[in-house]
Design a protein around this ligand. Structure first.
Ligand SMILES: C[S@@+](CC[C@H](N)C(=O)[O-])C[C@H]1O[C@@H](n2cnc3c(N)ncnc32)[C@H](O)[C@@H]1O
Length: 376
């Protein structure tokens, strides 16, 4: 990876690294494509949102955050309404979800903290601060932002939340060859007069153990599975941070054996400007590279539900009804409050759509609120 330390365009630095060290491990390739500090997709402005590269639940509108605010209050109630409740939102992007949660004014955050964790400095720079949250009573919430979970001190009571983070953490890739799993790596094509830039392509590396016992011998040749060690480590770190409370991870998800049986291009995707992108080895840094999350590679013990079931269970219908009533009262004014209230109906349809966002997976891990030693 030494080549990546030198100057120059990302593709030239990656090609230099491969020439020096040989084909690159897939996770190192994804890491560079997404997070190279100069030209990685997220360092150079790639983002969620209507003007961004893909639409996520928080970007549909504020309703998603309003339901999550209810979930946060329920966790706070369960813990006996502790003071100083902390919400840690990882993959906070430009702070869209934070704005929606704070606008919903959950009781748990009165005197509490909301911490946005976002790796991209470009996205952090666009996040709200205490001073830039119009219409939200910030007098009692401490709002802050950090680059990494490791920058946080332990959270005695609170929740850690991440929408569409794990699918964007670097992952390895294995392919079934002659009954064994082999690493998939990325190699550089030699530059030639016809193709001066060379380009990159996948090659097979040495045999490797799978992250779980999935028998390559029973998989059709060419089957692939992801290796999501970084995602599992991230969830472990989030759970270690929490004294008492819950971690909630939201993503498109599958399991390792199911992914082995599906065409890999279905679960390893690229996006650019709201369209599917090209091969993950094309034009590094110019497109999002994302993978479905293999939940069986994550720590055990999560409560699993679909987004639709989770949002229904936390009162999305009440919020939509409230929006309808507000719209009927204020339609003649046509003000922002009236329009926002009316948009809850369409937001809810998008968030609950079983073939779209409603089919996303919610994983919730809970830390005990009562130390085990106090049990009889
Ligand atoms: C797909 S976007 C999701 C943004 C937002 N949560 C949403 O749902 O609209 C993934 C975000 O995770 C950020 N990210 C990646 N690794 C991270 C990490 N280790 N800690 C915090 N943020 C990270 C990326 O920079 C990017 O902004």
């Amino acid at each position: 990876m030494d080549g990546l330390l030198s100057d120059g365009p990302l593709s030239a630095r990656l090609a230099g690294s491969i020439r020096a060290d040989g084909p690159m491990a897939y996770d190192a390739w994804v890491e560079a494509c997404l997070y190279d500090p100069d030209e990685g997709f997220y360092a150079s402005g790639g983002s969620a949102g209507r003007r961004g590269d893909f639409l996520t639940s928080p970007e549909v509108g504020p309703l998603f955050g309003a339901v999550l605010a209810r979930w946060m209050d329920a966790r706070w109630e369960e813990l006996g309404r502790p003071a100083g409740f902390t919400v840690v939102e990882a993959a906070a992007g430009t702070g869209t979800l934070a704005r929606a949660v704070l606008a919903a004014q959950p009781a748990c955050l009165a005197g509490g903290r909301y911490v946005m964790v976002e790796r991209s400095a470009a996205l952090r720079a666009a996040q709200p601060t205490d001073e830039t949250l119009p219409g939200v009573d910030q007098s009692s919430v401490e709002l802050s932002s950090v680059a990494d979970l490791e920058d946080l001190t332990p959270v005695p009571h609170g929740v850690v939340l991440a929408n569409e983070l794990l699918d964007n953490l670097a992952f390895g890739l294995l392919e079934a060859v002659d009954g064994r799993w082999h690493e998939v790596c990325v190699d550089a094509r030699p530059a030639g007069p016809a193709e001066p830039a060379g380009g990159f392509h996948e090659v097979l590396g040495g045999a490797a153990d799978p992250p779980l016992p999935v028998d390559a011998a029973t998989c059709p040749p060419g089957s692939r599975i992801p290796v999501q060690t970084a995602a599992a480590d991230w969830v472990d770190a989030a759970l270690r941070l929490l004294g008492a409370g819950s971690a909630l991870i939201v993503d498109y998800a599958s399991t390792t054996p199911v992914m082995a049986a599906r065409p890999p291009e279905e679960w390893l995707r690229t996006y650019r400007g709201h369209e599917r992108g090209s091969a993950p080895t094309d034009a590094p840094g110019t497109q999002d590279v994302t993978v479905e999350v293999a939940v069986d590679q994550l720590p055990d013990g999560a409560l699993i539900s679909t987004q639709a079931d989770f949002l229904n269970g936390h009162g999305i219908a009440d919020l939509v009804d409230e929006g309808r009533r507000l719209w009927e009262e204020r339609a003649h004014l046509g003000d922002l409050t009236a329009l926002r209230a009316r948009s809850r109906v369409t937001e809810s349809e998008a968030l609950l759509d079983p073939s779209g966002l409603g089919g996303f997976t919610f994983l919730q891990w809970t830390r005990p609120s009562v130390p085990m030693s106090t049990h009889e």
